[in-house]
Design a protein around this ligand. Structure first.
Ligand code: FAD
Ligand code: EPU
Length: 346
């Protein structure tokens, strides 16, 4: 493990922001992290944990130590007739785990195909897409307490997962380094499990896309292919244009507020939640405020998905943050709804 000084973080965040870190290192084991915690030259430094940098907006240089969590390895830790528990270490690229599961015909995360980032960050905001969230397949995770260096296990209830939320983004923010994630998959090569398995194809355009693909026999591979097709049409590729996916979360409002708004905006979309509240697509709200496809200096709201803010090449983190604040304010003024960032602003 080497500690580098004054490093540009541009290659390490998908917004492509050229902020610098006072110190930077990559760890490949929990012991590397403990070594840092015990190092008297580093123990006093502020610490920022980084995975793939795909859910982060860096608004300034980081005056401390950036630790890129690259712990490698995927292993099966237990296996039954129809299920398997798979442990992926924090540095495994999430989509590589999806491909690994598809190759073995293990069902559960095919709808989460092509989400950027590393496995260690996936539970941070309970990643979700196309009707599935990581909580649906979660078994446990391991994390190192940054104060004591102890390895702690978290079960499903401990993580307090919600829509784009967990304890690690909330009450334990900055207190744990997640080292591994264990998920429970269904073995679809077992005929009994295959018959029982419910492919999740109800969300958005999945069914329509499967039809276009003429994929009439469902498998995790075809569902994954459909999700990849839909995502590739809508979401800008961070390798070509800097972005961090949805910048804001979709706001959840009361049924009363939704009904009042629908009386004024009859085509306003909304999805009824189990508790009676309504989730409104922030992309629609932003588009109605005239931001979709708008270019503001080096930044803008993307032309095919208004919820995605982009860096056209030379934006600073502050420029993107200013755009986000302006969008937030205009949505508040027009609809009386506060949209909150999904992205971690540093
Ligand atoms: P980073 O951005 O590196 O970190 C995110 C946060 O987690 C930071 O606060 C960081 O400090 C913390 N962190 C990272 N690793 C650890 C660790 N090991 N231990 C403790 N803390 C840690 N998200 C979705 O939910 N659904 C989507 O459909 C989706 N689509 C996206 C599409 C695009 C094009 C992009 C760019 C992003 C998308 N995202 C989506 C957001 C993002 O990919 C996920 O949130 C992803 O899990 C972030 O992983 P990361 O490794 O890049 O995290
Ligand atoms: N919409 C618009 N204009 C837009 C974009 C969206 O009107 O420019 C409306 C449309 O009515 C559309 C609806 O919003 O039907 C939903 O759009 P989409 O299916 O693209 O999903 P989203 O709600 O914008 C969420 C997640 C994505 C996830 C997709 C698919 C959040 C904040 N975002 O987006 O996650 O991939 O659903 O499940 O929940 C991310 O978190 O970074 C992310 C990309």
């Amino acid at each position: 493990m080497t500690i580098e000084s004054n490093i540009s973080l541009k290659p390490y965040n998908t917004f492509g922001i050229d902020a610098r870190a006072k110190y930077f290192t990559e760890i490949t084991s929990a012991d590397d992290f403990r070594e840092i915690l015990g190092d008297k030259n580093l123990s006093g430094e502020k610490k920022l944990i980084l995975g793939g940098g795909s859910n982060m907006l860096l608004t300034k240089n980081y005056d401390g130590l950036v630790i890129r969590n690259c712990i490698p390895g995927i292993e099966i830790t237990s296996e039954a007739e129809h299920h398997v528990i798979v442990k992926a270490n924090a540095g495994v690229v999430w989509h590589q785990l999806v491909l690994w599961a598809i190759e073995r015909n293990y069902g559960g995360i095919e709808n989460l195909s092509l989400i950027p980032g590393f496995c260690g960050a996936a539970p941070m905001q309970n990643i979700g897409a196309y009707g599935v969230e990581i909580k649906d397949v979660f078994y446990e995770l391991e994390a190192v307490d940054i104060h004591t260096g102890d390895l702690v296990k978290f079960g499903l209830a401990d993580c307090e997962f919600g829509y784009r939320e967990s304890v690690f983004k909330g009450k334990y923010k900055g207190q744990f380094l997640i080292t591994s994630l264990s998920l429970r998959f269904v073995k679809l090569n077992s005929p009994h499990a295959f018959v029982q398995y419910r492919f999740k194809t109800d969300y958005g355009d999945i069914k329509e896309t499967l039809g276009q693909m003429q994929a009439f026999d469902l498998s995790i591979k075809v569902v994954s292919d459909a999700v990849i097709k839909i995502r590739s049409l809508k979401l800008p590729d961070p390798d070509k244009i800097g972005n961090a996916g949805s910048f804001f979360k979709n706001p959840v409002i009361s049924k009363e507020q939704f009904e009042t708004l629908v009386a004024k905006y009859p085509v306003m979309p909304g999805y009824l939640q189990k508790d009676g509240s309504v989730k409104v697509p922030a992309g629609w709200l932003i588009e109605q405020c005239g931001w979709k496809g708008k270019v503001v200096g080096n930044t803008g709201s993307h032309a095919t998905q208004a919820l995605v803010l982009v860096n056209y090449g030379h934006a600073t983190g502050n420029e993107i943050w200013q755009l986000a604040l302006d969008i937030q304010q205009s949505v508040k003024e027009k609809f009386g709804i506060e949209i909150l960032p999904e992205v971690n602003v540093v």
